[in-house]
Ligand binder design. Structure first.
Ligand SMILES: *Cc1c(COP(=O)(O)O)cnc(C)c1O
Length: 367
């Protein structure tokens, strides 16, 4: 059958998602399972969004608004931009695909870090586009090396800021310098999936860079702080002309009507957002403290997850935690074979995670 398949598809490595709760219960015969594997919002869904979904449910016989008129209008107002600066996507994942399809020619390449959101490389490879992967420096995007890796054929640069899976960020100063020397024919994508959780002063908001820089695209998502990962909703911000070409590539009904309704309501629920942010920051302090007590090294994070060095094979470690009903993410696919990534959960979840961690480090195992 292989000769039927496009050559680049033969080499595509599929994305491995965080292990679902139901699957874990089923496979291990467990009743009580927590998932700290996909950086989802552990506080659940905004009650306002749930109400909006309920209301919108009776209209799913109709196609959704292909323009996402009200959602874009509200986003524009919230962000102090215009609707023409916004394109909606079925999660940022789809926008990454749209961006590559809109801008990168057959013989052009994409530059990003070697340890970052895997979807950049996977989606590029599905589209048969080359990716240059630049090593991180102390777990951070190395903008100097990235600059040096740009060649005549480079069209796109992806920077996850903060980075996943490390939780590190590039500063205002570093990014400012980088942009100054960016060639005119290169588009910089700043992926800000975790911006709500930022607790530092020198984080550069991509939105503020748009006015002066015509070739920057900012990616945002409702999957993390807004708690709507299951509905698939993200958006990109850029100058109106870039957006207009991306609109040509977008499928007309990529955002379903429940997602549009929920997104609108979630934007209004400032209380839920504030609660999510505070719970994450508090949980982070708790986890840091206990990781230090356990003598485990971790990478300080400005996002809602922490990369932890468990000092042993991460797949095995993941399996041990799983047996205690705690799903984390092993970092094998990211090439960090001794690391796990844990999403900051509720107080109860964090406590359970630490308890299980302690047991495993003491050599206790569940069979
Ligand atoms: C989680 C995440 C996203 C969000 O993807 P969606 O498709 O919007 O769910 C985007 N970028 C990064 C770096 C992420 O970690």
């Amino acid at each position: 059958m292989k000769k039927l398949i496009r050559k680049n598809i033969l080499n595509v490595v599929s994305y491995v998602a965080g292990k679902p709760i139901e699957e874990t219960k089923r496979e291990l015969g467990l009743r009580d399972v927590i998932k700290l594997a996909s950086n989802e919002n552990s506080l659940g869904v905004s009650p306002k969004a749930i109400e909006a979904i309920r209301k919108a449910a009776s209209c799913v016989n109709r196609y959704p608004d292909s323009q996402g008129f009200y959602l874009k209008k509200k986003l524009a107002k919230t962000l102090n931009l215009a609707s023409c600066n916004i394109i909606l996507g079925n999660g940022s994942d789809e926008l990454i695909d749209i961006i590559i399809k809109t801008f990168v020619e057959d013989d052009e390449n994409i530059v990003t870090a070697d340890t970052t959101f895997l979807e950049y490389e996977i989606i590029a490879s599905v589209n048969n586009r080359k990716v240059t992967k630049v090593p991180l420096r102390y777990f951070k995007y190395d903008l100097e090396s990235i600059k040096r890796s740009i060649d005549k054929k480079t069209k796109l640069i992806f920077i996850a800021n903060p980075n996943n899976p490390t939780g590190t960020y590039v500063t205002k100063f570093e990014l400012g310098d980088f942009i100054k020397e960016l060639p005119e024919n290169v588009i910089l994508v700043l992926d800000e999936a975790y911006d709500t959780f930022i607790d530092v002063n020198d984080y550069p908001s991509g939105k503020n860079l748009l006015k002066k820089n015509k070739n920057i695209i900012v990616l945002k998502t409702f999957s993390k702080a807004f708690g709507l990962a299951g509905l698939r909703l993200g958006y990109a911000l850029a100058n109106a002309e870039l957006i207009s070409y991306m609109e040509r590539v977008r499928q007309p009904f990529n955002i379903n009507s429940l997602a549009q309704a929920a997104g609108l309501a979630a934007l209004d629920d400032k209380k839920f957002l504030r609660k999510s942010r505070l719970a994450t920051l508090e949980g982070k302090r708790y986890l840091y403290q206990n990781l230090r007590k356990l003598g485990l090294a971790y990478v300080p994070s400005v996002a809602n997850f922490i990369l932890i060095d468990v000092g042993t094979d991460c797949v095995e470690f993941f399996g041990k935690m799983l047996k205690f009903g705690v799903i984390v993410r092993d970092m094998k696919q990211y090439g960090l074979t001794n690391f796990i990534r844990v999403t900051i959960g509720t107080k109860k979840e964090n406590e359970r995670f630490i308890k299980v961690l302690m047991k495993i480090l003491r050599g206790k195992e569940k069979i």
